[in-house]
Design a protein around this ligand. Structure first.
Ligand code: ZN
Length: 200
């Protein structure tokens, strides 16, 4: 897993050059958001490995390290070419999976909580990180003490504990599972073509 993450997250210089090249060719506004679309990455044996963004997927495809299985999102048009926009890709070789601990970041917490406020349950992109027991009261910055909160709930809770603020957590926060299935539920709303590659 770490291998695939490194591979996906740090394309070499050649790929970066390639990207700045195609970025120049692409219609600015349109391509800017399209290259951030999520792409499901499968191992050579079709096992789901990760979720990356279109820009990483295109690098892997361009370098012959992956093939495109689903083009669910249309095409990117440049002045000269048409690039299929990948939605599912399959690596050209097997990556061995390793269990690893997820880093505690805002994005990972939002993903764990399915982009929903853990106090009122509202699903939104406008989330904040809330320490259940406030840090100045000895609350730790750990998976068990950090949750996603919408802005109104965050304001309401302020520096209080849930009991003091009379707010109840929807579920008890815990560390996420160290695998891809943790990212997938959120994207499935818009990426139904992923379904057939995922275990039922
Ligand atoms: Zn809320």
């Amino acid at each position: 897993m770490r291998l695939i993450n490194n591979l996906i997250k740090s394309p070499d210089l050649q790929s970066e050059k390639f990207f700045s090249k195609i970025s120049r060719l692409l219609p600015r506004k349109k391509s800017q958001w399209m290259i951030n679309f999520p792409v499901l990455v499968l191992n050579e044996n079709y096992e789901p490995l990760n979720v990356c963004q279109v820009r990483r997927a295109v690098v892997l495809l361009y370098r012959g390290k992956a093939e495109i299985l689903e083009n669910g999102s249309g095409f990117i048009h440049s002045a000269r070419d048409v690039f299929p926009l990948p939605s599912v890709i399959r690596l050209a070789y097997v990556i061995k999976r390793h269990r690893f601990e997820r880093k505690l970041t805002r994005l990972e917490v939002f993903n764990r909580d399915h982009y929903s406020c853990q106090y009122c349950g509202k699903q939104t992109r406008q989330l904040t990180l809330d320490h259940v027991i406030p840090r100045y009261r000895g609350g730790e910055h750990t998976w068990e003490n950090v949750v996603s909160a919408c802005i109104p709930c965050n304001r309401r809770k302020a520096g209080k504990t849930p009991e003091e603020a009379r707010m109840k957590l929807i579920r008890h926060p815990s560390p996420p599972r160290g695998n891809i299935f943790f990212h997938v539920p959120y994207h499935l709303q818009t990426k139904s073509e992923w379904q057939k590659y995922l275990p039922q």
